[in-house]
Design a protein around this ligand. Structure first.
Ligand code: TYD
Length: 135
């Protein structure tokens, strides 16, 4: 459910040179990182996401700027704003996510538990609801 999605406070080392945030497999996040990618140059008003995953676990971090993530388990929805480089949003499998309200210059880092596989995506919302209802 959406209650399995967690905002994780990541370590932050800061001194007068600035800040650094490390992320270790299984330590700060409950999976091993197999892939990473990032979203950037997002035009004003555009949305990303709009899908769920059969097995993929992810961590989203706003390393620059801010954006909203709406989480949906087929029954309930909640929206989380990511606006700090030391806060990560953990999303387990079978959660529909929409990313929106990107500030200008926002950069979203994504850590993923599996290699990219288009067959692992659920891009049809009705199919998602069917899977959640065990159809
Ligand atoms: P998509 O998953 O639709 O992006 P978002 O989740 O932000 O809406 O991916 C956009 C394109 O990038 C799509 O053509 C597939 C490609 N892609 C890869 O080749 N490898 C990857 O790891 C990811 C995440 C996407």
């Amino acid at each position: 459910t959406i209650y399995d999605c967690k905002l994780i406070e990541l370590p932050r080392f800061y001194d007068r040179r600035g800040s650094l945030t490390p992320i270790y497999n299984q330590d700060h996040i409950p999976f091993d990182i197999v892939r990473t990618y990032y979203l950037y140059d997002i035009p004003g008003g555009k949305k990303r996401g709009g899908h769920a995953h059969k097995n993929l676990q992810q961590l989203y971090v706003s390393v620059m700027g801010a954006f909203d993530v709406t989480l949906d388990d087929g029954k309930e929805k909640k929206t989380v704003r990511l606006d700090r480089a030391y806060k990560g949003l953990y999303i387990p499998k079978l959660i529909w996510r929409d990313l929106h309200n990107f500030s200008s210059g926002a950069n979203c880092l994504v850590l993923a538990s599996l290699l990219y596989d288009e067959y692992e995506y659920i891009r049809d919302y009705d199919q998602f609801l069917g899977l959640k209802r065990g159809a």
